[in-house]
Design a protein around this ligand. Sequence first.
Ligand SMILES: Cc1ncc(COP(=O)(O)O)c(C=O)c1O
Length: 391
Amino acid sequence: MSLNKDIKISTKLIHGGISGDELTGAVNVPIYQTSTYAQTTPGENKGYEYSRSGNPTRRALEELIAELEDGTQGFAFASGLAAISTVLSLFEQGDEIIISNDVYGGTFRLLDKVFNRFGFKYHQVNTSNEKEIEAAINPKVKAIYIETPTNPLLGITDLSLVAEIAKKHELLSIVDNTFYTPYIQKPLDFGIDIVLHSATKYLGGHSDLIAGLVVVNDEKIAERVGFLQNSIGAVLSPFDSFLLIRGIKTLGVRLDRHVSNAEKIVKALTESEDVKKVYYPGLSSHPGYEVNKKQARNGGAMISFELTDGHDTNELFRSLEIITLAESLGGVESLIEHPASMTHASIPKEIREAAGLGDGLLRLSVGIEDADDLIADLLNAIVKSRTAEEK
Ligand SMILES: Cc1ncc(COP(=O)(O)O)c(C=O)c1O
């Protein structure tokens, strides 16, 4: 069922795509745990022939994410990086790509250590700056790949501007929308060609699965991505497709709470004398605040911050009682991490530091616990992390 365009996203989250099971009336899409499908004569079947090429549970998820992102076709993968690898396989040897200068470390590693070996080069620029993007374009460049907000510095890039530059130079524009999800921002509505996700994060929402999604709204691109999805074969299993559909149903209520908690924590951090800098696109002092306001519902629930000198971050991690030190983000539980030694350790120190990602940066994925409990936990640990001379 494709819902009327006027239907609000909170309703689409629950009823979008293929809602329920026509055969039995089950209100949830069943887990079609099968690798193959009976054929009447060779090539004649009921729409499915082999689960790498298509599976009804995965199809329900793919139709759902396409509808949520205002796209025409969705594709589900075994991880966010499987989705990214498949999209990057659209390009040829000798092609080049422009990427945001603090993209997720795994995306950087994939380009730097894997695709580079096949003669596919990348240029890292500050994509918040139009002149830097234009300056990096040459005849070999075939795409612009951005995150907005970026991970972990939460830099904002103007989606309409990137789409416009891409169209002018006949490039593909690709957005990793993991940090916001379509509940907060829909890149295709701004003229972007391909949107992708680590659905492991907010879309799944419970830190219990690894998945990736891609959405497009152009038939030719859809055909090419579909071909690559089947050829590369890094598809999402029926069970994880089911779990992801289940998680997406509560995305709206979860994100409302994630964001209101984040806004309260940002206020507490900006008021703390122990905090040197807070990175959050919903803060009016953030350089991308106005652009973000134009293209996103709010500033999301990811916060990065730096403490003033005289703090031991390992002591801070040890002192936390509710917030967990762990990689990943977007789950119901609050997680904190140290990008330089954890999520972004695969980026060489000089490149990291040139992008402004220093050793003192901490990244917080705000969960849906009680905001006051989270603030108390964080401020208490920050005070305990003051080194002797500061205490
Ligand atoms: C912004 C972003 N994109 C992509 C990925 C990769 O996704 P996955 O871990 O599902 O492969 C991550 C993982 O942390 C991420 O944060």
